[in-house]
Design a protein around this ligand. Structure first.
Ligand code: PMP
Length: 404
């Protein structure tokens, strides 16, 4: 009889060799207690958090915490139903109004997670006979949304508008709508998409454009509306998808658009229709965090200054850091034999980052994915850089770190 579990033998072997290095599973780290937005207790020790998505530190917003407490007291802790049945309270509609007003768009749909927002929007918009053009480095939620849709999927080279243009031109005259999907800031590498160039391609080819601003919402643009705002091309982006689980510090996803048909997407979108809506306390906390984000543009300035400091520090000690200084900074290592002990040593010395191993990385090399927050102090960043230097020297990471 075939075992249901034989397919996990590869995973078991790979995980076993990762755990053997440092005696811990990098994919099962427990934050025993978040002390603040930047420090958590891990393995009983205060550890600097440089591997969250809490870019503005708003998971600890006093306004959001108070709003959550009041909403739970007033409305209960759950809705027990989907958005199209009993799961829409006034709070949900208010948040949708606030999100669409923030983006200056006609309408917004709020989903239970950012993952479901991509899953739902992509699979509902692109149907049988349509064509989806995906950046090769797209997030899993974009790929999964494409698999759930009946559309044909065409991948183009990462951040390469010319390659996209060629692929679209090849489809000239073929029936079916065309939807391009890109991200604002890529989650693993911090690469920023050239949105204005993608807009030019979209206009020339008559395709639609969806931008997932998950990591750029609250981060890029004068008002924090993301990469499309930063490039001055918001009006030409058909759909913006994003999440509350990063810069707003809560959970949930959204899609905003000027297309009036979004109203009908609500009634065809399975990941919106067939799951419970977000509980009142999360919705209220998100609305409050959105208010915080708008009231404190200085957080965004501090975030970018902090990103520059961490990036410059990595370059200075000879690490192979991301090209651009965004709040997502990846340190690429050549081999897993370097990356796994380096990750373990960083944690032992008091810095938590995300370990990412091939095949889950864009260029088949391991990554230490670091993220910066507006609430990190210059001292915390300097301490993290010093710990990276020590760990790299101890592990013998190449290129060899240069002395300060
Ligand atoms: N899109 C991108 C680009 C992401 O990086 C993520 C989360 N890592 C998501 C969507 C999903 O968001 P959430 O975790 O809020 O479901």
């Amino acid at each position: 009889m075939t075992s249901l579990f034989s397919k996990f033998e590869g995973t078991a072997g790979a995980l076993g060799s990762v755990v053997a290095v440092g005696g811990r599973n990098p994919f099962a780290v427990v934050i025993e207690k978040p002390v603040s937005s930047t420090v958590g207790i891990i393995e009983g020790r205060e550890t600097l958090l440089f591997g969250t998505n809490n870019y503005l530190g708003l998971s600890q917003s006093k306004n959001a915490i108070r709003a959550a407490q009041q909403a739970a007291a007033a409305c209960g802790v759950g809705t027990t139903g989907s958005r199209i049945a009993n799961g829409t309270q006034s709070l949900h509609r208010q948040l949708e109004k606030d999100i669409s007003a923030f983006f200056g768009r006609r309408d917004a749909m709020v989903f239970s997670t950012g993952y479901q927002a991509n899953l739902g929007i992509i699979s509902t918009l692109a149907g049988k006979g349509d064509h989806l053009f995906l950046d090769a480095d797209s997030h899993a939620s974009i790929y999964d949304g494409s698999r759930l849709s009946a559309a044909e999927v065409i991948r183009f080279r990462h951040n390469d508008p010319d390659n996209l243009y060629k692929r679209l031109k090849r489809m000239d005259g073929t029936p079916g709508a065309k939807l391009i999907v890109v991200e604002g800031i890529y989650s693993m590498t911090g690469n920023v998409a050239p949105i204005a160039e993608f807009v030019a391609v979209k206009k020339e080819t008559g395709a639609y454009l969806l931008v997932d601003e998950a990591h750029s919402f609250g981060v890029l643009g004068e008002n924090g509306r993301g990469a499309a705002e930063a490039d001055g091309v918001e009006a030409d982006v058909d759909f913006i998808v994003g999440t509350f689980s990063k810069s707003l510090g809560t959970v949930g996803g959204y899609c905003v658009s000027d297309h009036p048909e979004l109203e009908f997407v609500r009634l065809n979108c399975r990941p919106y229709m067939f799951t419970a809506s977000l509980p009142p306390e999360v919705i209220a906390a998100t609305t409050a965090a959105l208010g915080d984000m708008q009231a404190h543009p200085e957080l965004r300035k501090q975030l970018m200054a902090n990103a520059q400091q961490l990036h410059a520090g990595f370059v200075d000690i000879g690490l192979n850091a991301s090209k651009q200084a965004t709040p997502v900074i990846a340190v690429t290592l050549e081999t897993a034999e370097e990356a796994i002990p380096m990750w373990n040593r960083l944690l032992e010395l008091g810095v938590y980052v995300n370990l990412s191993l091939p095949p889950a990385t864009p260029d088949s090399r391991p990554l230490l994915r670091c993220s910066v927050m507006a609430t990190h102090t210059p001292e915390q960043i300097a301490q993290a850089i010093a710990i990276f230097r020590q760990a790299a020297a101890e592990v013998g990471v190449s290129p060899a770190p240069t002395a300060a």
